[in-house]
Design a protein around this ligand. Structure first.
Ligand SMILES: NC(=O)c1ccc[n+]([C@@H]2O[C@H](COP(=O)([O-])OP(=O)(O)OC[C@H]3O[C@@H](n4cnc5c(N)ncnc54)[C@H](OP(=O)(O)O)[C@@H]3O)[C@@H](O)[C@H]2O)c1
Length: 247
């Protein structure tokens, strides 16, 4: 399946690096498309050329540019996958009538092929096209279909997660540095621990309570640390963060 990217910003770059193939992409004039082509091979193109060339056009511009870009390529694009935040399928169908459309929500770890890609699709999508789109994105992460009404809350966990978890990591690194750890070492300790914990949680079927109990002795240092995090409002802070997006 030949893929074309409209936009060459953060999300387009993460997707293209994850796939690792020569890329056909456009931009709004910044030169980022040329930089991506320098890195991965392929060709920079106009929006219309991208649409002509591709079996699947992936919209990686900003949400407010939907109508302007559709004005250039609707009718030419054979199938469209949008990663535009907060842009419902109904708006995509209005912008691209008579074109199969998918609404996808990837996260930036697609760049290292450990992404999460949520998707909702229009009801009349050809199952073979859906299979090919799912296969394409499965190369760069775990792909899950989700009811469209839940895509924002799903995104609050997966697409915003890299930023939230980076903040959690940074807070721990800063705390370690205050007690004398070198920044590089502290950063590695935290990142490796996050990666290992993610693997272990998967092996434990995501049973977080079981995993916590395995490392928490009554009255011990983990118990005291967890108590400090609870009293510091960690749960309430994450709830508030999700309320801002999905509430
Ligand atoms: N970042 C994330 O983690 C994430 C996650 C999920 C979904 N998304 C969605 O991904 C989309 C892009 O986000 P981003 O962070 O990658 O933004 P970004 O870095 O600002 O990239 C946007 C890209 O769109 C290009 N563009 C603007 N107008 C255009 C036009 N008329 N024709 C073709 N290309 C045009 C820009 O061109 P220039 O380079 O010339 O400015 C830029 O390359 C957004 O809709 C966002 O909601 C992002």
């Amino acid at each position: 399946m030949r893929v074309g990217l409209i936009g060459a910003g953060n999300m387009a770059r993460a997707l293209a690096r994850g796939w690792g193939d020569p890329v056909v992409c456009s931009d709004g004039g910044s030169g980022r498309a040329a930089a991506l082509v320098d890195e991965l091979g392929g060709s920079e193109a106009s929006n219309l050329e991208v649409a002509r060339d591709a079996d699947l056009v992936v919209l990686c511009h900003k949400p407010y540019q939907l109508a302007a870009v559709a004005g250039e390529i609707a009718g030419t694009a054979r199938a469209v996958a949008s990663v535009l935040g907060g842009t419902p399928l109904a708006d995509l169908r209005t912008a691209y009538p008579d074109t199969p459309v998918f609404r996808l929500m990837p996260n930036t770890p697609v760049e290292v092929r450990r992404g999460v890609v949520l998707y909702a699709r229009a009801l009349d999508i050809d199952p073979e096209l859906e299979r090919r789109v799912v296969a394409l994105f499965s190369r760069i992460g775990w792909v899950a279909a989700i009811e469209e009404r839940l895509i924002d809350v799903g995104m609050a966990l997966s697409s915003l997660g890299p930023a939230y978890l980076s903040l959690v990591a940074e807070a721990q690194v800063d705390a370690g540095i205050r007690y004398g750890l070198q920044g590089d070492l502290a950063g590695r300790l935290v990142a490796e621990t996050m990666a290992g914990t993610a693997e272990l949680l998967t092996a434990r079927e995501r049973d977080t309570l079981r995993l916590r109990r395995e490392v928490t002795s009554p009255g011990g240092s983990t118990a005291r640390g967890l108590d400090a995090l609870e009293r510091g409002g960690l749960r309430a802070a994450f709830q508030a963060a999700i309320d801002r997006v999905a509430g």
